[in-house]
Ligand binder design. Structure first.
Ligand code: AMP
Ligand code: GLY
Length: 425
């Protein structure tokens, strides 16, 4: 089988490494991938949003199966384009990827089908949004409708901040066209849980839960980032919460999408908040999370490619998907200054890295034999172990063996989760 993976981050590296366990895959390409994946896949210099050239490449190499990992190509219709030329894909078509591509769509879907989420209002006119804010409960949350590189959400702690957020989105267009429509929603409180799931549109199998750490600095301080580390499973996602999510959120969501003639196939990601009134949806993503994938896939026992094929051909109900009863921790090593401004081009080296440690490379490029930093999030260091405590300790031990100029990372990945275990006991 000839397989290609679209995307270039740590998430794609984790997918590629897992796919390599399947021996029916004889050729594996990454479009564009990054230098850190060169040992695991053939790198092809075609950007993830360059759908015309992705299609051409697929035909040229007679690709059998494509995994479209990032949100942009999914929302732009990469799966539709590849399907048209006979290439099977893991990932939703554009009409289903809209569940992430438009917050207005996803909020209206949840309202229509009674799926628990924060109360909200939609605005297309700035004056009306500002007038609404005169009376709205504070804190409040302002969201740009479209994809905004994961940054389109502003939590406003005061009325003034809320108004500034509306003006910056709707008038100053800080998130571009994404801000022409906005959602203003109720501020929810409670621990957050990420649940990725496999679905063929009818059957949905949740993967092991995880917890992201989105802020740049320890103690959840600093700016929002793409994610500075993850742990799995998430202690707040108890069996009782899982059962409630399945009944009130997961199945209703795929059934709703089917009803709307937008059958969702691929990885559906539920960003949940466990509020005192039960779990609520904060956001849907139409894809694997990054860096959630880096802790979830190492715990997957069942063959990933088999699952992806079953999601594509509608036979997910025939599979028995298993996860290891272990814990995983991913510490993201970033470039100092991320997510704002940072230098690149430092050599990445690893000395006597423990054998069990996995490195998933995100922002790196090859320069001859050398691997150089080439992005904000450079790589994720992942360890698994019987206990979360041990997984965290092993991951931080492994971090000591990875070196590059201007490296910085959070020292407290998993700390909140450990506390949750202590509180529960
Ligand atoms: P996003 O960029 O959509 O991943 O959202 C970023 C973060 O904003 C989420 O992970 C939550 O921590 C927070 N957030 C989003 N919506 C709400 C809400 N309604 N109430 C409280 N926090 C929220
Ligand atoms: N880690 C959050 C996301 O992938 O959207």
């Amino acid at each position: 089988m000839r397989v290609m993976v679209i995307g270039s981050g740590g998430r794609e590296h984790a997918i590629i490494k897992k796919l390599r366990e399947n021996k029916t895959i004889t050729e594996l390409y990454a479009l564009p991938g990054n230098g850190g994946m060169a040992k695991d896949a053939v790198l092809v210099d075609i950007g993830a949003k360059d759908i015309e050239n992705i299609k051409k490449f697929a035909l040229e190499k007679a690709i059998d199966f494509a995994v479209v990992a990032p949100d942009d190509p999914l929302v732009l219709g990469c799966v539709d384009a590849l399907n048209e030329v006979g290439v099977k894909c893991f990932g939703p078509k554009a009409n289903a990827a809209i569940i992430e591509g438009s917050k207005v769509f996803s909020k209206n879907l949840m309202k229509k089908y009674g799926i628990p989420t924060a109360k909200y209002e939609v605005f297309t006119e700035m004056d009306k949004a500002l007038a609404y804010l005169e009376e709205a409960p504070i804190p409040t949350v302002i969201k740009a409708d479209g994809l905004a590189l994961g940054k389109g959400v502003i939590i406003a702690m005061t009325r003034e901040e809320a108004k500034d957020a509306v003006v910056s989105m709707m008038q100053d267009k800080i998130f571009g066209a994404s801000g022409s429509q906005i959602v203003i929603e109720e501020f929810l409180e409670g621990p957050e849980v990420s649940v990725l799931s496999f679905t063929d549109g009818k059957t949905l199998i949740p993967m092991v839960s995880s917890m992201d750490h989105k802020r740049a600095l320890d103690g959840d301080q600093g700016l929002n980032t793409g994610g500075m580390g993850t742990i799995a499973p998430n202690p707040y996602y108890t069996d009782a919460v899982a059962a409630e999510c399945m009944e009130k959120i997961f199945l209703p969501t795929i059934r709703a999408m089917e009803k709307e003639e937008r059958t969702f196939k691929g990885c559906l990601y539920f960003g949940l908040m466990i509020t005192k009134d039960g779990p609520k949806v904060i956001e849907y993503n139409c894809r694997f999370g990054d860096p959630e994938t880096q802790v979830v896939l190492p715990l997957l026992e069942t063959d990933l490619f088999t699952i992806m094929q079953a999601c594509e051909n509608g036979t997910l109900n025939t599979l028995d998907i298993r996860f290891k009863n272990e814990n995983a921790c991913c510490v993201v090593m970033a470039s100092e200054g991320y997510p704002v401004k940072y230098d690149k081009g430092f050599e990445i080296t690893a000395d006597e890295l423990p054998e069990t440690a996995e490195l998933y490379i995100a922002g790196a490029k090859l320069d001859g034999e050398k691997l150089l930093t080439n992005g904000g999030r450079v790589l994720g260091v992942v360890e698994t172990a019987a206990s979360l405590q041990e997984a965290i300790e092993k991951a931080y031990e492994a971090v000591k063996h990875v070196h590059f100029g201007n490296a910085f990372y959070r020292k407290d990945i998993g700390a909140r989760a450990l506390l949750a275990y202590k509180e529960n006991n």
